[in-house]
Write a protein that binds this ligand. Sequence first.
Ligand code: GDP
Length: 174
Amino acid sequence: MEAEGCRYQFRVARLGDAAVGKTSLLRSYVAGAPGAPQPKPEPTVGAECYRRTLQLRAGPRVKLQLWDTAGHKRFSCITRSFYRNVVGVLLVFDSFEHIQDWLQEVMATQGPDKVTFLLVGHNSDLQSTRCVSAQEAEELAASLGMAFVETSVKNNCSVDLAFHALTDAIQQAL
Ligand code: GDP
């Protein structure tokens, strides 16, 4: 897991239903600032890979390899092969309907206790129209043994925080 100049390199993916804001969240984090140019991914079939380095408050520098996998069924075999080696997953939702399906998708390839999840309530700027309250999401996250963060790309709210929280949790689980 060691990477040049960094103590760790973590492979991270994001999961969730279509159009929930997964790609926007990832690209916004990699771009680093609102209005910054869109990051260019490294070319890969069925997925896009981005990198960003961050410094954890507790000390170590970490390189993140961030995988934005295609949601289309055509790519599902390829997508699964990416889950196989991830150590962290952002589970992005706007309803709870498929949360268990997404968890099982990762567990099926990875086995339990190997992946650290973060539950992400995206589009927090639209919270008043969302069908899940922050409290319900907190409770679900606690019952699944993961942290919960609300994010918005539109309001640039907690985007960095979400990736830092996941990275912190991965490091603590090592
Ligand atoms: P994905 O299919 O889950 O990767 O979703 P996308 O990243 O393609 O985003 C789906 C739609 O949600 C796009 O029209 C985005 O502009 C919009 N979107 C993304 N993030 C936000 C956000 O934080 N707030 C709002 N209001 N819309 C967002």
